[in-house]
Design a protein around this ligand. Structure first.
Ligand code: COA
Ligand code: MG
Length: 294
């Protein structure tokens, strides 16, 4: 379970050097929007060097229909990235096309078959919103679904994405919800998008808390200062875990019961499912992520 993905522009040696200290669960080396065309060849080299030997390093390639994606993959796949972030996906077809290419490259570069996973940005193009159910069963490499508002708003010709209070305007709120539904339908994690105002720590904390509340299991970051807040928001609190354990115990002690009462509240199967998810996540964080976060 990845709570925080930190984006790092692939052409910045300085930021690549700093990224591992941020405490992110995964680092995404970007070859797309944060890198100019002229810097891209150098960025590919830096990305390959950075990713080599790092379990937590991912790569954002250019869109599969851009003419750049294959060169990105050829250059970096020998370093066996943990995953590929796929921008501007038109539908799950783009992810399955990428998966087929990864089959070939993993075999050519002696990387374990299926090692590199795929995280599509599933709302960056208007047409993508009409085929989000295509992700269901599309490829076993699917690591989750995430979304982006910037490219979508550019495609719409919109003049704003957020209202005066910083809340998403309805078109983006809808794209965010569709990403959440599509991820749940495909049974993969939903990852919320970047919070671009990286100096607004309070705003980020409340945004991330809302994302966790709605069912997202992680979020994209653009600045090291955002990582601890994001990790915290997507880690169940001690109180959450204690309550979840009580719910599990209640069902265990009442075999055959459908609905039960806990502290004056009705508890039934959906609560049980959520409780098991929280306890599993807490256990997993304890065993695998301890020591990697501050
Ligand atoms: N990864 C690693 N280190 C980063 C970083 C990142 N994403 N963003 C900033 N830093 C480092 C800076 O190098 C700086 O360290 P230094 O002073 O020792 O060099 C320190 O953190 C503080 O940075 P700050 O001055 O607050 O920000 P900035 O003005 O240098 O950079 C951004 C601001 C937005 C340009 C930068 O955070 C960034 O490049 N983010 C990622 C952009 C991206 O990948 N976008 C694509 C996905 S939307
Ligand atoms: Mg973009």
């Amino acid at each position: 379970m990845i709570r925080s993905f930190l984006f790092v522009p692939g052409d910045s040696e300085r930021k690549l050097e700093k990224a591992p200290d941020a405490g992110a669960d995964a680092i995404i080396v970007d070859l797309e929007d944060s890198v100019s065309a002229e810097n891209r060849p150098r960025a590919r080299e830096l990305a390959r060097e950075f990713i080599e030997g790092r379990e937590d390093a991912w790569l954002r390639i250019n869109p599969v229909d851009s003419g750049e994606a294959m060169a990105d993959l050829q250059a970096v796949m020998p370093a066996a990235p943990g995953g590929i972030v796929l921008p501007k996906a038109r539908s799950a077809d783009d992810a399955t096309r990428l998966a087929t290419k990864l089959d070939e490259l993993e075999s050519r570069f002696d990387v374990a078959a299926g090692h590199t996973r795929i995280l599509p940005l599933c709302t960056e193009r208007p047409r993508a919103l009409f085929s989000l159910d295509s992700y269901v069963g599309a490829t076993p490499r699917l690591a989750g679904l995430t979304w982006g508002a910037e490219d979508l708003s550019a495609a719409l010709g919109a003049r704003a994405r957020r209202d005066e209070d910083g809340n998403w305007l309805p078109p983006y709120e809808m794209a965010r919800s569709l990403c959440l539904f599509a991820a749940a339908a495909a049974e993969v994690p939903a990852i919320d998008t970047v919070y671009t105002d990286f100096r607004d720590a309070k705003g980020l904390a409340s945004y991330a808390a809302r994302a966790a509340r709605d069912g997202f299991t992680g979020m994209l970051a653009i600045h090291p200062a955002q990582v601890a807040t994001i990790n915290d928001a997507f880690s169940p609190s001690d109180d959450d875990v204690t309550r979840a354990e009580r719910i599990i115990a209640l069902f265990r002690d009442n075999p055959g019961a459908g609905a039960l009462a806990l502290d004056g509240e009705m508890i039934d199967n959906p609560h049980h499912v959520l409780a098991r998810r929280i306890v599993a996540l807490a256990k997993w964080l304890k065993t695998t992520q301890e020591g990697r976060t501050q």
